[in-house]
Design a protein around this ligand. Structure first.
Ligand SMILES: [Zn+2]
Length: 101
């Protein structure tokens, strides 16, 4: 499947990630690797969301339950459009989401 938002869109160009079945870091035998931990630190400061935490949840809950939760979390409360975690406003209706960034 392909998620329609980008929880992990910052993790690119990882040769190990390309080898995982799901395309998510939690399947990697080096999870959580130094690179991911470093990214996680920046991510938590910037987006108030833990990348490693998200991936642990994904691993624990399984992809379907996880996606369902994220789907709810990532939708605009006004129009229901899926909003990327990296944006602070809805692209569709312009609703600003305070505390996101
Ligand atoms: Zn909206």
């Amino acid at each position: 499947y392909k998620p329609n938002y980008c929880v992990v869109c910052k993790i690119v160009n990882c040769e190990r990630l390309a080898m995982t079945l799901s395309g998510f870091c939690h399947e990697c035998d080096q999870f959580p690797c130094a690179r991911l931990k470093q990214l996680d630190k920046r991510y938590r400061n910037k987006y108030h969301s833990s990348l490693v935490g998200n991936l642990r949840d994904l691993k624990a809950m399984g992809p379907e339950a996880y996606m369902e939760r994220e789907d709810v979390r990532c939708r605009c409360s006004r129009c229901g459009t899926v909003i990327c975690i990296h944006s602070d406003a809805c692209q569709q209706c312009g609703l600003v989401l305070p505390g996101r960034i």
